[in-house]
Design a protein around this ligand. Structure first.
Ligand code: URA
Length: 422
C-alpha cells in the first residue's frame, strides 16, 4: 500500500477500501505517511466526500489508533455531551456539575479554542490553580468522588485525531462533514461514555452554516455512536448569535457561575436545562429535575468540589482585563441582529483565542454584550464592551464588530430565533 494510490482514489472520486483506510490512518499515526500527503487526502475528502461505510471505517481506524477508556467500575451511568463549537458556548461549565447533581457521572473530555470558537479548557484555566491535564487515574478519581470531570483528552486517546485535527486546522480542511463526524465520534467512543448528547450548532458562528448541513452532520454522528453501542442523540441549536452575554475565557466562567447560582442569561439557562434533560434521559436517570438542581444550589456544590478536585480555587477572584473599550448604540430601536461569527472573531483578536497553536490566551480578554436580538436599545447606551490586556488589539477587533449588528426602528416587531431548533 502507498499514500499516493490512496490519494488518487479519492481525488478521482472513488471509494476507499477498508484496507486503504486502515492502512493510511495507521501509517499516518506512525509518521510513515507525511503531513503533506495526509493534507492532500483530507482536501480530496472535503471536495469529494465519503459514504457511510467509509466514514464508519475511518472512525473505527481512528479509535483503534489509541487506547479505550472504561468507566464500568463507576456506580452511576455515564453521560457526556459534545458541542460542535460556537461563540459564547460556555454550556459545558454549568451542565457537567448539573447533570452530576442529578445522578449521572459526566466524563467531559474537552478541547481548546479552534479559530473563532472558544474552548472549554481555555475558559476553565482562567480559574487560579485549575489543571486541565489529568492522568487517567486522576480523571477517574475526580469523576468517582465528585460526579463530574472536565479535562483534556490524554495523549493515548485517538492519537490519529490529534495529528489530523492540528493538520486540518492549518490546511483549510476543518469544514468537511466526514472529517468532523469521525473526529468527534472517535474521541467520544474511545472515551467510553455510555450515552452521548450532541449539540450541533447551526448559523454564522458555527462550522455548519445551514440546517441541512447540520442535519447531515447530526445524523452521521448519531449513526456512528449507535453502531458502537453508545446511546447517542442530537439537538440542533442556534449559533447565529452568541450564547449568553459574554464571549471570552474568564468572562464566560463568571457567567457560568451566575447560572449555577440560579441566575444568568435566559438562553444559557434554557440550553443548559434542555441538554441536561437529554443527557439524563439517555443515561436512564429517572425523576431528576435539572431546573430544581440549579435553583437549590446542588449543581453549584458539585461545581465547587469539581473545581477544587482539579486544583482550582472556586472562591478566587477571576482575572479581569487591563483595558476596556465601550461601543455605544448609534441609534434607538430594536436590536435585530448580533452576529456570532463577528463577535467570535473580535474576542479572538482581543486575545481570547490563539493565532498559532502554541500561543497563550488572555484570561480576561473578550466581548461583553449589553443587549441581545429582540432587546430595545437607546442611542448612546453601551452595546458592547471589548476587553483586552493589550490595547493595540482594539483597532483590529473594532473592524470585526463594525457590521456585526442591526438596529431597526423603535417598535419594530421582531422575534429572536429559538435556542433549540430541532
Ligand atoms: N470538534 C472536533 O473535535 N473535531 C472537529 O473536527 C470539529 C470540532
Amino acid at each position: 500500500m502507498d499514500a499516493i494510490s490512496v490519494i488518487r482514489t479519492k481525488r478521482d472520486r472513488g471509494e476507499l477500501t477498508d484496507e486503504q483506510i486502515d492502512w493510511v490512518i495507521d501509517a499516518y499515526t506512525r509518521g510513515e505517511v507525511a503531513d503533506y500527503q495526509m493534507a492532500a487526502l483530507n482536501m480530496a475528502i472535503l471536495l469529494n466526500g465519503m459514504n457511510r461505510r467509509e466514514i464508519a471505517r475511518w472512525t473505527a481506524a481512528m479509535i483503534a489508533s489509541g487506547e479505550r477508556m472504561d468507566f464500568s467500575s463507576l456506580s452511576r451511568p455515564t453521560a457526556d455531551k459534545h458541542s460542535t463549537g460556537g461563540v459564547g458556548d460556555k454550556i459545558t461549565l454549568p451542565l457537567a456539575p448539573l447533570v452530576a447533581a442529578c445522578g449521572a457521572a459526566v466524563p467531559q473530555l474537552s478541547g481548546r479554542g479552534l479559530g473563532h470558537t472558544g474552548g472549554t479548557l481555555d475558559k476553565l484555566e482562567s480559574i487560579p490553580g485549575w489543571r486541565a491535564l489529568l492522568s487517567n487515574e486522576e480523571m477517574l478519581h475526580v469523576l468517582d468522588t465528585t460526579g463530574a470531570v472536565i479535562c483534556a483528552a490524554g495523549d493515548g486517546l485517538a492519537p490519529a485525531d490529534k495529528k489530523l485535527y492540528a493538520l486540518r486546522d492549518v490546511t483549510g480542511t476543518v469544514e468537511a462533514i466526514p472529517l468532523i463526524a469521525s473526529s468527534i465520534m472517535s474521541k467520544k467512543i474511545a472515551e467510553g461514555t455510555g450515552s452521548l448528547v450532541l449539540d450541533v450548532k447551526v448559523g454564522t458562528g458555527a462550522f455548519m452554516k445551514t440546517i441541512e448541513d447540520a442535519r447531515e452532520l447530526a445524523s452521521t454522528m448519531v449513526g456512528l455512536g449507535t453502531d458502537h453501542g453508545v446511546r447517542t442523540v442530537a439537538l440542533l441549536t442556534d449559533m447565529s448569535t452568541p450564547l449568553g452575554l459574554t464571549a471570552g475565557n474568564a468572562l464566560e466562567v463568571r457567567e457560568s457561575v451566575e447560572v449555577l447560582a440560579g441566575g444568568g442569561p435566559a438562553d444559557v439557562v434554557e440550553l443548559t436545562i434542555a441538554l441536561a434533560r437529554e443527557m439524563l434521559d439517555a443515561a436512564g436517570v429517572k425523576d431528576a429535575d435539572p431546573a430544581k438542581a440549579l435553583a437549590d444550589g446542588s449543581a453549584m456544590d458539585v461545581w465547587r468540589r469539581m473545581i477544587a478536585a482539579q486544583g482550582g480555587d472556586p472562591d478566587a477572584p477571576l482575572p479581569t482585563s487591563k483595558e476596556q473599550h465601550v461601543i455605544k448604540a448609534p441609534a434607538s430601536g430594536v436590536l435585530t441582529r448580533l452576529d456570532a461569527y463577528d463577535i467570535g472573531i473580535a474576542a479572538w483578536r482581543l486575545g481570547a483565542g490563539r493565532a498559532r497553536k502554541e500561543d497563550p490566551v488572555q484570561a480576561g480578554a473578550g466581548v461583553e454584550m449589553h443587549a441581545k436580538p429582540g432587546d430595545t436599545v437607546t442611542a448612546g447606551q453601551p452595546l458592547l464592551t471589548l476587553h483586552t490586556d493589550t490595547p493595540e488589539r482594539f483597532e483590529y477587533a473594532l473592524q470585526a464588530v463594525e457590521g456585526s449588528y442591526d438596529i431597526a426602528a423603535p417598535g419594530t416587531d421582531f422575534t429572536a430565533s429559538p435556542v433549540v431548533l430541532e
